[in-house]
Design a protein around this ligand. Structure first.
Ligand code: AHM
Ligand code: MG
Length: 354
């Protein structure tokens, strides 16, 4: 092909790849694999996609349009709410209501479950942390949205039927899909369906499309990286300290592990998913139940990691996806990452707890 002198092809003759898989195409193709699908799930995920794009837009513009800083209120747990927390939450609620396919919504920013009574036939429930890691926002550090989707049992769907928070106190194994979006240098969306693979998409800002860039993600079985807030170690149990100590002071001839901790779960989890290693937020004497939330932080991440070949357990070494929360904002300790690395944690725990 003739060049225009600077090495680029003449205008109008650029090689444009149109055989890209957008998230919309991917979700539509997934739907065609399920003959009994009604399209409701696909519509719900389109609404989620819109919420992610909107939140990504506001985060990109945050420091330009004075959206950083506190909003002046506290959320359910007394954390200071950032302006973007409020915006992210509002976007999420509006998108889920507008989808017409969401009956129940749990958000970290809302004390009570939100029930969309205007859509009594909607068969899905969504759990989310609209902007996780928001204490990092003002420093421009990556934050993210974590989400899980449950399908409600037939008996609570339809006009005249009532639903409540109780309908969401389920094990993560019952989610039909989960994932997270990380808003960083670019927005990355990772999504998985129950018993399915894990796929990663990158938001192409000028097209406004999530493009499949990381198909069938599998995390390495092992990698010498650990990610934990080590400032909490004086509150940790003996076995937890022993485990992390063993990574830093391995048997002779072995190299110590590298430490990487951003303090934003999605960013630490995304790196772990790509490179391998382990991410942990153990329960400790300061937070005996742990810090992170079962329903909309731990379980969705656990499904992603298991489906990518990794493991995810709580501070009692129970499979995180099997844990039923006692209430919608219930917390748990969490250890997730490469299969062999998490197994090493379980082995250390068993040695100390015997
Ligand atoms: P948040 O939901 O209030 O943003 O808190 C969750 C965040 C996670 O993203 C992160 O892993 C953890 O809190 C960091 O906590 P710490 O600052 O105690 O290390
Ligand atoms: Mg959170």
């Amino acid at each position: 092909m003739a060049s225009n002198g600077n090495g680029a092809p003449p205008v109008g003759q650029e090689n444009i790849n149109t055989d890209i898989v957008t998230l919309t195409r991917f979700l539509t193709e997934e739907q065609t694999k399920v003959p009994e699908a009604t399209g409701d799930f696909t519509l719900l995920t389109h609404a989620l996609q819109f919420a992610f794009k909107s939140i990504a837009y506001y985060i990109r513009r945050a420091s330009l349009i004075n959206l950083t800083g506190l909003a002046g209120s506290s959320n359910t747990t007394g954390d200071d709410q950032k302006k973007l927390d409020v915006i992210g939450n509002d976007i999420f609620i509006a998108a889920m209501r507008g989808s017409g396919k969401c009956r129940l919504l749990v958000s970290e920013e809302e004390e009570e479950v939100i029930i969309f009574d205007e859509h009594p036939d909607a068969r899905y429930a969504v759990v989310c942390d609209p902007i996780d890691g928001s204490s990092n926002l003002d420093a421009g550090v990556s934050v993210g949205t974590i989400f899980g989707i449950f399908k409600l049992p037939e008996e609570v769907c339809g006009a005249g039927k009532t639903v409540s928070a109780q309908d969401l106190l389920r094990a993560g194994t019952e989610m039909v899909a989960s994932g997270f979006t990380m808003y960083g240098a670019s927005a990355q969306l990772v999504i998985t369906m129950r018993d399915g693979g894990v796929n990663g998409f990158t938001l192409e800002n000028s097209l406004g499309e999530f493009i499949l860039t990381h198909p069938n993600m599998r995390l390495p079985a092992k990698r010498a990286i650990y990610s934990v807030n080590e400032g909490n170690s004086s509150y940790w149990e003996e076995w937890t300290n022993a485990y992390f100590h063993s990574l830093k002071f391995p048997a002779e001839g072995n190299k110590p592990y590298s430490a990487r901790y951003i303090g934003s779960m999605v960013a630490d989890a995304y790196r772990t998913l790509l490179y391998g290693g382990v991410f942990a937020y153990p329960a400790d004497s300061k937070s005996p139940k742990g810090k992170l939330r079962i329903l909309y932080e731990c379980a969705p991440m656990a499904m992603v990691f298991e489906n990518a070949g990794g493991l995810a357990v709580n501070s009692k070494m129970e499979r995180l996806l099997g844990v039923v929360p006692e209430h919608i904002h219930d917390r748990s300790g969490v250890f997730l990452g490469s299969h062999d690395e998490v197994q090493k944690i379980v082995d250390t725990y068993n040695q100390y707890k015997k």
